[in-house]
Design a protein. Sequence first.
Length: 633
Amino acid sequence: MISNFRNFAKSPWALAIIGLIAVSFVIVGNEADIFASLGPRHVIKAGDRSLSQQEFRADFDKVRENYQQQTGAPVTVEDLVGQNIHVRYLEGKTQELAFQNWAHRVGIRPGKELILKQIRQIPAFFNQITGQFDQEAYRTVLQGEGMTPADLEQDLRDQYAWNHYGASLYAAARVPRIYGAVLANSALERRDGRWFVVTQEMAGTTPAPTDAQLTAFMNENEAQLRRPETRVASIVLFDTPPGQAAEISEEAIQERFEFRKDSLSIPERRSFTVYPAANAEAAQRISTALKAGQNPGVQPTPYSETPRSAVPDPAVAAAVFGLAQPGVSDPVQARVGFAVVQVTTILPGQPATLEGVREAIVQELRREAATGEEFQRVERYEAARNRGLSMEQAVEEVGARILTLPAFTEQGVRADGSQINAPPQIFATAWRLPEGGVSDVIDAGQGQYFVLRLDQIRPAAMPPLDDVREILVREWTARENSRRLNAKAEELAARVRAGEDIAEVARSVGATLITRENTLQDQETQEAIGGGVLQGLFGQTKGQVFVQPASQTAFAVGVVDDIRPSDATMVAPIAERVRPRITQDLVSSLGDGAIRWTQVNSGASYDVALARQALGLPAQAPAAPAGAPAGPR
């Protein structure tokens, strides 16, 4: 039996079977890794809807182009990412795809005829001479926008679904007339009332607190007063000390200027307008009309003070910068269709001069020299430490310096609540080291290096009473005075509730009784008598007593004498006017809730790291540089 098995193991059949088994183990054991590398990587996934990295990049390029057209200035992808535009786009697009996925699943799908009807209403798709739908113009215009007919039709289907859902939601959610009537009746109702103001002087003030009372108050507010654990650390800085900038030779300045002269020069810029055309004949008509000072009837694309390198189409750029003076070009064969350009302004280029950029070049060379010296100090420091020198000895040998930071929390906050401007690695390292421990050289990015020594750990604790006495006395006194004031107001209100006339109660404490009739619940009344009194007048029924704050240091005690109902003839028209607004607010709230529900229902999510990679950026944003004396340079 064993010999037969050995003979089989040496045969080609056995080798083939073993190979299949090995492949099956690879597929089963690494299924996620193998299949994850196949197909597009989705930046957004919402059920059956998704957005690939390529699609996201194309969409974001359009966002950038629109931004440039609105601002009239060039903008880079890094500029937009720095403003978090990419995340806001991802959030909005995720909601959109989640709704589209849900709408398709539940059957909100417009018919083909509706889509064709919408396409035939777009003027750009029609022949300007015959007035007939032009299939070639249809494809050309879409190609110029980076779209296919299928893309446009899908966009229209999605838009129809959203409009249909919104219209049905509005129709179903239209509020009854009684909603508007209630609001109108409340707005036109008038009330009569009397009240007086109870001041702190009437209630009396609280004596100064004792230490025992302050200690008890501290214990009541321990969560707010307890100081978190802090740490004191010293950091080694390897940068060049202020005032010791490297001397830069004239030869180095001249060499760098020659190397960068072209990039430092300002190129020629032109302001112009591009008129697109579907074919050469249409382009010739546009050119003739422009040269005659007539409106060609075509939607143009303007460019303001644009260099040649920023014009996306090389043929258009050649036409723009080929004109010797402002004017209109002949028809141009562009990447997509034809075009005519009209140049309005020419700004000559300005070549860079050494004297004009000398200071910038000197600063650039000094920064490079400082970076090189800093890195050399780091290498010499590590060599000194490897020889057995202490941190202080190594720092002195290499010419670095030590800076002691004030006590800070794990988040880098000082005792006064201000933030230490330093790389986050400093705070993370301080919480990893034992007291007295010294870290290795840590690269904080952006050419920053530091070494940290943890000097002291200060455990979390309550502050001494004397350190917070002033604020405790102020807060405790305010609380106790408020309690006295509230108790006095309730005492006087109880007398009114018991049947004593409010005028007599007011006179007993030396207060002035205020009487007001036909009071409306509006902004003008609120400003005149205060929000607290207005709430008291309209928050009670006839004959009831109210106690409301009149200010931060006073209470109002009052009674509602009469309620005058609104005029029905005035309520009806107002109710109808406010009804659409109430409906709109309700629909907006329901729509927002529906969008959030479709996101959950579709399992919608987006991946910022994949989005950054699609834009040619690192998956993770780099840490912000410190840039302040409190941290490494």
